[in-house]
Design a protein around this ligand. Structure first.
Ligand code: UD1
Length: 421
């Protein structure tokens, strides 16, 4: 059995570099299905979710090569099927992007209902609404979503809820459709802008990504090219929070500081020293943390994907904090694990009441999902004694060689293999 073992109590010093954005990579890789030439994609993180989506493209018939570290080339001219492999697709959330991409390429797509982290109901009704507006028929049967259209055409789509996935999927389906598509109440996350920049670099006509109205004029074909993925907002945030928790002085490199503003302002409110440079952020802390209130929201609000990590940090603040989860209905499942480490947290509906404790203590815990796993690492870094984190496979979905990189800034963390019996 694989575990991460963390010896708590070390302060963190030095430099750590953020990798390419997972959520941009898992959208841009399927988008390569819409491109006629070869796409060279740089700054691709070597993480499980990305490797899974690459495997799916390869299964569909795309030619994939790895010419350098964190660089991938995709030639999808050899893809001839619109049916995604059920087993692989059902394992990850982002497999739903194959629906938009295959629909845009072939006018047809068959993809399993997506898997991924389980934090409540994760409907795809808005994705379907978008595909239907573009002229597709959509059906879900036996765990499989099928979409087909004789001719995809541009349309106006209003998203009742701000949805990252639906915004991306509609962009993918619309980019080669006939005519003009307008997505209103679109999500504005950095990876939506990154996908639009990638598609535009390949010849698409997308305007307004990063605002709540995205306008797409369909083009006949996209041609290949080279594109580098943006740094991962959530990974950078995880490192910033880890440094704030453990104390010390850490420079997080390869960051877009503008993407970090919601977190930066909260850390400053807590008394953490945050210095912004062009493409890096320095975190220093040597005084106690003040309690704060946080509410998760779509970008540019505080990201739900940093909620477990900030809760871990607040569990050692000097007073009581409140964190309200406003994106997912059930994203506090990991709190039971944090409590094993001595955190004092009560959940009231969508709000966690966190009474800061002077110190946490090491214990065996589990990574219940990707970001919950990151929260366990953060708590373990400050806990007295040894923490073992089970099921690190969840962490590997989104963080490349996490133990190696954190070790370089002074964390005492290692991957261990324990045999039962
Ligand atoms: C993406 C991220 C995930 C992050 C989330 C919110 C990826 C691969 N995953 O997930 O890490 O936590 O954004 O920032 O990028 N909704 C509907 N109907 C839909 C779609 C969504 O009602 O058809 C609701 C959801 O239930 C949720 C909210 O909209 O309450 C936001 O979901 P969405 O932005 O779509 O999240 P994902 O794209 O799945």
């Amino acid at each position: 059995m694989e575990n991460l073992r963390v010896y708590g109590g070390s302060r963190l010093y030095g430099e750590i570099t953020t990798g390419g954005a997972k959520n941009a990579a898992v959208a841009i890789i399927p988008a390569a299905l819409l491109v006629d030439g070869v796409c060279t994609i740089e700054n691709v993180p070597d993480i499980r979710d990305v490797n899974l989506i690459l495997k799916m493209l390869s299964y569909l018939g795309a030619k994939i090569t790895y010419p350098a570290e964190n660089t991938v080339t995709i030639d999808s001219s050899t893809v001839s099927t619109y049916r995604a492999p059920y087993d692989l697709a059902s394992r990850m959330r982002a497999s739903y992007y194959l629906l938009g991409a295959l629909l845009g390429r072939f006018g047809k797509a068959e993809v399993a209902l997506p898997g991924g982290c389980n934090f409540g109901e994760r409907p795809i009704d808005l994705h379907e609404k978008g595909f239907r507006a573009l002229g597709a028929e959509v059906e879900t049967k036996r765990g499989q979503v099928t979409a087909s259209a004789d001719c995809l055409h541009g349309a106006s789509v209003y998203l009742d809820t701000v949805s990252v996935g639906a915004t991306i999927n509609i962009m993918l389906a619309a980019v080669r459709a006939n005519g003009r598509t307008v997505i209103e109440n679109a999500a504005k996350e950095p990876h939506i802008v990154d996908l639009a920049n990638f598609l535009n670099a390949m010849g698409a006509h997308i305007r307004g990504a990063g605002t709540d109205v995205i306008r797409i004029v369909g083009v006949e074909r996209l041609s290949g090219g080279t594109y580098a993925i943006i740094p991962d907002q959530i990974e950078a945030g995880t490192f910033m929070i880890a440094a704030a928790a453990a104390g010390g002085d850490v420079l997080v490199k390869n960051v877009i500081p503008r993407h970090m503003e919601s977190l930066t302002s909260k850390l400053e409110e807590m008394g953490v020293n945050v210095e912004e440079y062009d493409d890096s952020i320095r975190i220093k802390r040597d005084s106690p943390l003040r309690p704060i209130r946080v509410k998760t929201m779509p970008y540019p609000g505080f990201p739900t994907d940093l909620q477990p990590q900030i809760v871990a940090l607040l569990s050692i603040a000097n007073g009581t904090s409140m964190v309200t989860e406003d994106v997912w209905e059930n994203r506090f499942q990991y709190v039971g694990e944090l409590k094993r480490l001595g955190a004092d947290i009560t959940i009231q509906g969508q709000t966690a009441l966190i009474r800061g404790v002077p110190s946490l203590y090491g214990a065996p815990v589990k990574a219940t999902d990707l970001r919950a796993g990151a929260a366990m690492i953060i708590a373990a870094l400050v806990a007295d004694g040894v923490t073992t984190i089970g099921e690190p496979i969840h962490i590997d979905r989104g963080y490349e060689r996490i133990e190696t990189r954190l070790s370089k800034i002074g964390a005492r963390i290692e991957r261990v293999y324990i045999t039962n019996g």
